[in-house]
Design a protein around this ligand. Structure first.
Ligand SMILES: [Zn+2]
Length: 485
């Protein structure tokens, strides 16, 4: 290995990267004043770190090749094998994996699919998707894998500024959903006090606010829309969210924390740092897309999960600065390793330096959409995240909105239904607000929307991932089709 001194790392930090999967000392923790958990790796010259990544990748790929009929089959068909990997540039020769293929593999080989690479008895945790949009996916996480998830998340949360004297309030579902459990594992390994409050039970948000006032947590995990809902609930109780004392708020499950206006709003609301995190449940440890304290966009923690932003037509990596979709590869997962899993998210990556000193590439604008959720309205590409960014920057916006695309006489119509704040209830204030929103949206999107205002609190708040887009055009097409048939 080039310049990374793995012997020194073993002695000083208790991490053995000469074996695979790596061994970690569960008692290791940096000094509280240290900025990095594993600076030798995080701040390495990327070329030196790439040698470590390649060594891990070869072991990871060989592991899957030897144990998984799923990978053996697809790789043989593509004419690749572990021997193909002579450098990291060879990885794009491996076929990508789509989520639909995982579902098919689980349907054919229930429950875990033929990409499970450990004995079922070695699985420590079963998680899954809700299955609201099709067959649920089952995640089996091995016992040793789960310990490594805690290691990875502790390291990334350290970069987010969490320290052992923090008290972390987790306000998301404790169910099959992996987000909450991943935050819990990281917080525990880091040595913080964890407060797994949960979410989703009627009245629970009010209880969370009351508990927060009593127990003074300093860190918050949930979804961005839930944090804003939490703040509204606090205000209704006469509590200024700023006074709750949150120093760090980190998020996954929605793009909000990476949307500049939402990030600013959360930071102003709570007077704490808002950090964006999260890749995919399949990719757990999912924090390997994770912002550092400097909040310059999510770092890609490449020696834990190796990520390439790829062209969705060719699946080849795009150059730094360009847009594509992240394709993820596990580097230390034995149970259900993902090798080149397509995210379907949209992102731009950069290798420009970050003031934190970490040399990982970054997604400076986060994950700002889906390859398939981009709306094409009158020929313009419209991202729901761009609409959110515009609205949250308008004074008088009441906090929630919906986007409805429909077709009237073969013409697309973009309707933005937005709440107005109580301060803008007068008819003339509403008229000015409606005009300001329509004008700023037109400037950003290239399409003039119809803006409809409703009072603050009218639109349902989500305790989980907000669903804000309704595309009615399929319905219209169907009706037109039926009428002309
Ligand atoms: Zn950084």
């Amino acid at each position: 290995m080039a310049a990374l001194d793995l012997d020194a790392l073993r002695k000083s930090r208790g991490v053995d990267l000469t074996v695979w999967p790596p061994r970690y000392d569960p008692a290791y923790r940096p000094a509280a004043g240290a900025e990095h958990w594993l600076p030798e790796v995080e701040c390495a010259d990327p070329r030196d770190r790439d040698a470590l990544i390649l060594a891990k990748l070869r072991r990871q790929v060989a592991w899957a090749w030897e144990r998984s009929p799923f990978y053996r089959r697809t790789w043989e068909a593509a004419g690749v094998s572990p021997a193909t990997l002579r450098s990291l540039d060879d990885l794009p020769r491996f076929p990508v994996v789509q989520k639909s293929e995982l579902r098919a593999a689980q349907a054919a080989h229930p429950p875990f699919g033929d990409y499970l690479c450990v004995e079922p008895g070695q699985i420590a945790r079963i998680h899954g998707t809700s299955g609201t949009t099709g067959r649920p996916t089952v995640f089996g996480v091995g016992r040793d894998d789960w310990a490594r998830v805690g290691e990875a998340h502790a390291r990334i949360l350290w970069g987010a500024g969490l320290r052992p004297d923090d008290r972390l309030l987790i306000c998301s579902f404790f169910s099959l959903y992996l987000g909450s459990w991943g935050a819990l594992a990281g917080g525990e390994r880091l040595g913080a006090t964890v407060f797994p409050f949960g979410a989703g039970v009627p009245g629970q948000t009010l209880m969370a606010v009351q508990w927060a006032r009593e127990l003074r947590p300093t860190a918050f995990y949930g979804t961005p829309s839930y944090a804003l809902h939490f703040a509204e609930t606090a205000r209704r109780e006469g509590i200024d969210p700023k006074r709750l004392g949150f120093r760090t708020l980190f998020f996954s499950g929605e793009p909000g924390a990476g949307i500049p206006a939402t990030k600013r709003q959360i930071e102003e609301t709570f007077s704490g740092a808002c950090l964006d995190m999260g890749s995919m449940a399949e990719m757990t440890p999912w924090m390997t897309n994770g912002e550092c304290r400097r909040r310059s966009g999510m770092h890609l923690w490449q020696d834990l999960v190796y990520t390439q932003v790829c062209d969705p037509a060719t699946w080849a990596p795009v150059p730094p600065g360009a847009e594509g979709t992240p394709v993820y590869t596990h580097l230390e997962r034995t149970s259900q390793p993902m090798i080149r899993l397509v995210s379907g998210d949209r992102a731009r990556w950069t290798d420009a330096p970050c003031p934190c000193g970490r040399t990982y590439p970054r997604l400076p604008d986060g994950l700002y959409g889906r390859i398939d959720d981009m709306l094409v309205v009158r020929g313009e590409n419209v991202y729901p995240s761009a609409i959110e960014d515009v609205l949250r920057a308008v004074e008088g916006f009441g906090g929630e909105f919906r986007v409805i695309v429909s077709r009237r006489e073969a013409m697309d119509e973009l309707l933005v239904r937005a709440e107005y704040a109580g301060s803008h209830a007068a008819p003339e204030a509403q008229a000015r607000l409606r005009a300001a929103m329509a004008e700023r949206l037109r400037a950003r999107l290239g399409v003039r929307p119809v803006v409809e205002l409703v009072p603050e609190g009218t639109l349902e708040r989500s305790e989980f991932k907000a669903r804000r887009v309704i595309d009615d055009r399929d319905l219209y097409r169907k009706r037109v089709g039926e009428a002309t048939a």
